[in-house]
Ligand binder design. Structure first.
Ligand code: NI
Ligand code: MN
Length: 230
């Protein structure tokens, strides 16, 4: 699994030659100004919810890549009306199988509205299950969420999570301490922090975060950085 960070809550996850781009918010993000979205490859675009800071570049990247959109029913319909064709509208608890990955939409304790204020369905996270060298791998992409006890259901169903992508910026999502608790609830091995430092209210002390996550394999990404993780 190859992971590339594009800032804020946007990552590309490469699994078996397929690129899953999650929550593209790049061109409005001053910290990501060196990223040229025309160079981004995507076979799928996954959106956790409708907020602008997760969907901003969806139409442009779709035009460049013809990627398949995976999002909740309302978010998918909103983008279909903007010309994003062939998307998959899902809802919480449902799974969609690609050729190399099962993508389950799971709850997030958050809101969801579209950039124009229209209804954006329920905010979600995703669990991705796939194989590397014939070994099952599990990724939990939390999206924007507060801590909630039912994250434990992920551990119950999948047993473990190789990497949990968790928001740590506080104010709009979990902060560091709640994110540590989330990592325990899902039984994560590794943690990738996201949704911090983009705007002044969500600036964090990364050194503190590293200390708080010392029980986990804590992988911090610079914007534009790519790592082969599992
Ligand atoms: Ni949000
Ligand atoms: Mn957000």
């Amino acid at each position: 699994m190859k992971v590339t960070y594009y800032g804020h809550g946007c990552f590309s996850i490469g699994i078996g030659g397929t690129n899953y781009l999650i929550d593209p918010f790049i061109t409005p993000n001053e910290l990501a100004k060196d990223i040229d979205i025309k160079t981004i490859k995507a076979d799928y675009i996954l959106l956790t919810h409708g907020h602008e800071d997760h969907v901003a570049d969806t139409v442009e990247i779709y035009k460049n890549t013809k990627a398949t959109l995976i999002a909740n029913f309302e978010v998918n319909n909103w983008f279909a009306a903007k010309g994003v064709e062939g998307g998959v509208g899902m809802n919480i608890g449902g799974a969609y199988q690609t050729k190399d990955c099962a993508i389950k939409m799971v709850s997030a304790a958050h809101s969801s509205s579209m950039p124009d204020g229209s209804y954006g369905g329920l905010a979600s996270g995703f669990v991705l299950v796939f194989q590397e060298d014939e070994v099952d791998k599990v990724i939990y992409f939390a999206g924007d969420t507060g801590l909630y006890k039912d994250m434990e259901l992920i551990q119950e169903e999948f047993g473990f999570v190789d990497f949990a992508f968790l928001p740590i910026g506080d104010v709009f999502t979990m902060g560091i301490n709640d994110a540590v608790e989330a990592a325990y609830l899902v039984n994560a091995d590794g943690v990738i922090p996201m949704h911090y430092d983009t705007f002044p209210p969500i600036e964090v002390n990364l050194e503190e975060a590293k200390r708080e996550f010392e029980e986990f394999r804590f992988e911090v990404f610079n914007i534009g950085e790519e790592k082969e993780l599992i």
